[in-house]
Design a binder for this molecule. Structure first.
Ligand code: SF4
Ligand code: SF4
Length: 738
């Protein structure tokens, strides 16, 4: 070993020792913080599916690749990081000896080839990512950036380190080529050979370059160890765990959406008949009341801003950004952690658990952080502003886009649950809706005995469950479908089409109450459970004696469709629920309904969040519309898609009980969506949800465009094509006089 190698070896060993010590300390700290969360035993179930999903999502980059160029570039960088860690290891042999290399695989041509190819693609990938970050920097003139609010130096630092490590790998190899110590052939390592032709034959060059590579890598480790909230770096390790422990690992295409999590206390679903607010946790009032998976979520955020770029609230000027919400919770959790780890915290009656002696060593900033209310405005010094919390439509665009499966909607609803159930603090205008749900069983407060009014004048009998036993589908009408004028047209259109196709169906009539969706999304789990339990009982009775496959329900409202199909199972109600567009698509494809009249003027389709993103029903409504638009083959016209469609559809603004709250901040979400729909030039905007219908109709009318554009349900579009002989609207309209 020469004098240069003695120096490089000592320096490499010293910086590595410091970096590893700091990294171990950081990992222990992170684990301690995550362990402060509440239990979530269900996250350990079905480990096989979890492992498979994690491998598919990471190796296949299923989320990232939805954004083509970024996804591909990130994939190469990820693979480069894993494989080229071997090259960092190799550098430790090279600081000792310029001819050093990895034992066993070092020297194999295939190893030289694989690492060379990955290093080249990784270098291209990281340059692309740097260019994208620079092009989308928040400070660029004009436009909104997905990186607004992200810690930009951390992103640039991580990317610069990756680039420098990759470049140094080529430099080391180049010096080996120049000094004739390179064991790989030209065909396997052409870039290294080309660089070697340019470098001087400096024997110490290999060890010096290897030291530089180690110093860069260990500096990275030291920086991230000193910044445990640096998700842009830590996600390289945490993302595997976060995806493994995701809420619904078996859901199709990796979607994390569908049912909301039940309210839990100490890891167990809360039973309201026995729950005690002084002993049981009602929602989340302190950051440590999130589950450990919640705290892992916050730690894993890469600050990429994909969620922010899709959020309807953020895009219309509301204070809510799902990314900034996660970052606020993360920063608060880590700043409060020393207090919690010292034994601090409030019990469920609000009393401090720690003694003064236990907290004596904490600094004033930590104690101030611990004192912050989780929800509170700027004056109260809250971590999350109430306007942020109540701006969410629970549309799920954030969860859908997040590459590391962070579960924003669950966290938002958990915080709402505490605000509603314990603090009674929520936008006052929603109080009327909640009172109506409790007293009348529907959000509008309509008399229960008017639930069947929509059936009048249809020209055929709509049977009730109990009057007929052999019905195939129970037609779940929903509150909007029974009481709201526009939605009643959809209900009548669906009933008419089912009757036309010879489908036997029956309704619950006055036996139906609200599914409970608005109560659950606003955070009132008590009212949700009250309504849901009643409905589950009614439905179980209606289907008594039937096997699971014959407990079939068709619903026109995606919120009912989601709640009945995905959430009633939590309360003992297992049913086969379809959306009316799915049933209509089946009836058209099997020839039981035949569209004959093409639709004029162009049609576009707005994907309802709870049908599309939450349940992945994208194709059925498009199939129905496609057949209606073409009138059974008499025309050759396509559905006109809006720029934001399917998985990336833009919310109408009504979800998450926002339908019953005023929209006081920023641009109205429904107006934004209507402008997009109108930009397609289509005369008909088809919807598959009564709330979307209301919101988009209001948006069209607000723009004074009622004459040019019609917002109408998919079922009505089909009915007009199937029954063109009937005057427009006649078959969909209930008589006004009883
Ligand atoms: S659910 Fe929708 S509105 Fe709520 S934070 Fe996510 S993207 Fe924004
Ligand atoms: S998409 Fe996920 S990782 Fe990216 S900023 Fe949003 S929460 Fe963080």
């Amino acid at each position: 070993m020469g004098s240069v190698q003695i120096v490089t070896t000592v320096l490499a060993a010293a910086i590595t020792a410091v970096a590893v010590w700091l990294a171990v300390r950081a990992v222990l700290k992170m684990v301690a913080v995550i362990r402060l969360g509440q239990p979530a035993p269900e996250r350990f179930a079905d480990k096989g599916t979890r492992a498979k999903t994690m491998l598919v999502e990471t190796a296949g980059h299923t989320r990232m690749l939805r954004w083509g160029v970024v996804g591909a570039a990130h994939w190469f960088v990820m693979v480069g990081f894993i494989v080229l860690s071997l090259l960092v290891l190799e550098a430790y042999f090279e600081v000792v000896s310029p001819t050093g290399g990895l034992p066993l695989i070092g020297g194999l041509a295939v190893y030289g080839l694989v690492t060379e190819v990955i290093a080249v693609l990784g270098t291209v990938g990281i340059l692309v990512l740097i260019a994208i970050r620079v092009r989308n920097r928040p400070t660029r003139p004009g436009g909104r950036s997905r990186f607004t609010g992200s810690t930009m130096w951390q992103g640039y630092f991580v990317e610069a380190v990756v680039l420098a490590v990759l470049v140094m790998g080529f430099v080391i190899r180049g010096f080996k080529v120049a000094t004739d110590h390179f064991e790989y052939p030209l065909w396997a390592t052409p870039v290294s050979h080309a660089l070697g032709a340019l470098l001087p034959a400096w024997p110490a060059g290999v060890s010096v370059a290897a030291l530089i590579k180690i110093v860069i890598s260990m500096t990275w480790l030291i920086v991230i160890a000193l910044n445990v909230t640096m998700g842009v770096a830590w996600h390289r390790f945490l993302a595997f765990f976060n995806i493994f422990f995701k809420r619904e690992p078996a859901r199709p295409a990796g979607s994390g959406l569908g049912p909301l999590r039940p309210m839990t206390s100490n890891g167990k679903p809360l039973d309201f008949e026995e729950a005690d607010p002084e002993k049981d946790q009602f929602g989340v009032a302190q950051v440590e009341q999130f589950t450990w998976k919640g705290l892992l979520d916050f730690s894993t955020c890469t600050e990429c801003g994909r969620c922010q770029s899709q959020c309807p609230a953020w895009n219309t000027g509301k204070p809510l950004s799902p990314k900034l919400l996660v970052l606020s919770l993360r920063d608060h959790a880590y700043a409060k952690a020393p207090y919690l780890l010292a034994g601090g915290g409030k019990d469920l009656t609000g009393e401090e658990k720690a003694t003064a002696a236990q907290l004596a060593h904490l600094d004033v900033l930590t104690l101030a952080e611990a004192d912050k209310p989780l929800i509170g405005d700027a004056e109260a010094g809250g971590v999350i502003d109430p306007d942020v919390l109540w701006s969410c439509t629970t549309c799920g665009a954030c969860v859908e886009q997040c590459p590391v499966d962070i579960e924003h909607v669950d966290h938002i609803v958990d915080m709402r649950r505490y605000q509603v159930l314990i603090e009674s603090s929520f936008p006052s205008e929603a109080g009327v809706m909640l009172r109506n749900l409790e007293n009348k069983g529907n959000p509008w407060g309509a008399p229960q005995n008017t639930r069947e009014d929509w059936t009048k004048g249809l020209g055929f009998e709509v049977p009730r469950v109990g009057e007929v036993d052999d019905f195939e589908y129970l037609f779940w009408v929903g509150c909007a479908g029974a009481f709201e004028d526009r939605a009643k047209k959809t209900t009548r259109a669906v009933a008419t089409l089912l009757n036309e196709a010879g489908v036997s169906f029956a309704i619950l009539g006055e036996g139906e109450t609200c599914s409970g969706d608005p109560a659950r999304r606003i955070g009132n789990e008590f009212v949700f459970q009250m309504l849901a339990q009643q409905n589950v009982e009614t439905l179980n009775e209606a289907f008594e004696g039937r096997e699971q496959a014959k407990r079939k329900i068709v619903a026109t409202c995606p919120h009912c469709f989601n709640t009945l199909g995905n959430e009633y199972g939590q309360l003992g109600g297992e049913f086969e629920v379809v959306h009316h567009t799915q049933l209509l698509a089946h009836l058209v494809s099997t020839g039981r309904l035949t569209p004959v009249q093409p639709v004029d003027g162009g049609v576009t389709y707005h994907d309802p969040c709870y049908l599309g993103r939450h349940n992945r029903v994208f194709a059925a409504p498009r199939e129905v519309l496609g057949s209606a638009i073409n009138g059974g083959g008499r025309a050759d016209t396509d559905l006109i898609e809006m720029p934001r469609n399917s998985e990336r559809s833009f919310c109408c603004g009504a979800g998450g009980a926002r339908m019953w709250m005023e929209e006081k901040i920023g641009k109205r979400i429904n107006v934004d969506r209507v402008e997009e729909a109108m930009s397609t030039g289509a005369r008909t905007v088809a919807v598959g949800c009564p709330f979307c219908s209301t919101m988009l109709n209001d948006g069209v009318n607000g723009k004074g465009a009622g004459e040019q554009v019609e917002v109408v349900d998919v079922a009505s579009v089909l009915l007009r094509s199937v029954r063109p002989d009937t005057a427009p609207g006649q078959q969909e309209t209930a008589p006004t006089a009883g």
